[in-house]
Design a protein around this ligand. Sequence first.
Ligand SMILES: NC(=O)c1ccc[n+]([C@@H]2O[C@H](COP(=O)([O-])OP(=O)(O)OC[C@H]3O[C@@H](n4cnc5c(N)ncnc54)[C@H](OP(=O)(O)O)[C@@H]3O)[C@@H](O)[C@H]2O)c1
Length: 259
Amino acid sequence: MDFITSTAILPLLFGCVGIFSLLKLLQRVRMKAYLRNAVVVITGATSGLGRECARVFYTAGARLVLCGRNREALEELTKELAASLTTKVQTHKPYAVAFDLADPGAIVAATAEILQCFGSVDVLINNAGISYRGTIVDTTMDVDKKVMETNYFGPVALTKALLPSMIKRRQGHIVAISSVQGKISIPFRSAFMDKTTAQGRNPVEVARDVLDAVGKKKKDVILAELLPSLAIYLRTLAPGLFFSLMASRARKQRKSKNS
Ligand SMILES: NC(=O)c1ccc[n+]([C@@H]2O[C@H](COP(=O)([O-])OP(=O)(O)OC[C@H]3O[C@@H](n4cnc5c(N)ncnc54)[C@H](OP(=O)(O)O)[C@@H]3O)[C@@H](O)[C@H]2O)c1
């Protein structure tokens, strides 16, 4: 009886593993086809995660429009990418569009320029953002406004400006990159986040995860390390415990700040 069971289970197991591997392979093939030649707009491409996203999407064969305020840095990046060797897929010379996301007038002009580059946009990656660290009481409203203009109203305006062309083509993919602080609030990040990239994940790895998430059309992806990821779930599942832990963290940080 045992023998019969094991002989029936083994082929079933191998069959399941085979089907799973085949589905994974199909997903990879579909993802590569989706990204190859796709017109991808990346904001905040002059540094950090945006720069790394530019590299991985370029290597995947996407047609890039790179955005930021620093025109020189954008031009440098387009040259650097065009000079980089990729043998696997055909790559395309990226375009650079410089504008300030905090300036609504500049966004209107930039949208026209972006659409002129390749005639349409398939993927918009809203990555640009500014950082701030401080207590609520010490943070002026000017800082709050500046953060919201760049990190919220700018990306919303750019998305709205590009949406009609996407709707017309019945095709478009919008990505919003945020911080863990975009989901939960933690002590001493009253306006948004701090600039402690060194304490976070490596932008090269995160850029690869962004490429994977876009390729697989995932809806909501947490790319943080284990503790911040757990904190997001804790905030929903056990809010009482979450707020006690945050209060204790705030007390500790205040103590070390004052000592
Ligand atoms: N670093 C982290 O640990 C971390 C963690 C979680 C989430 N994130 C998120 O990841 C994204 C990128 O972070 P990062 O650390 O890579 O940032 P970063 O290195 O500081 O780069 C920010 C980018 O945004 C652009 N930018 C800033 N203000 C702008 C404006 N007014 N108009 C247009 N572009 C503007 C900058 O380009 P110019 O200077 O050329 O304008 C720059 O390319 C942000 O949305 C951030 O919230 C970062």
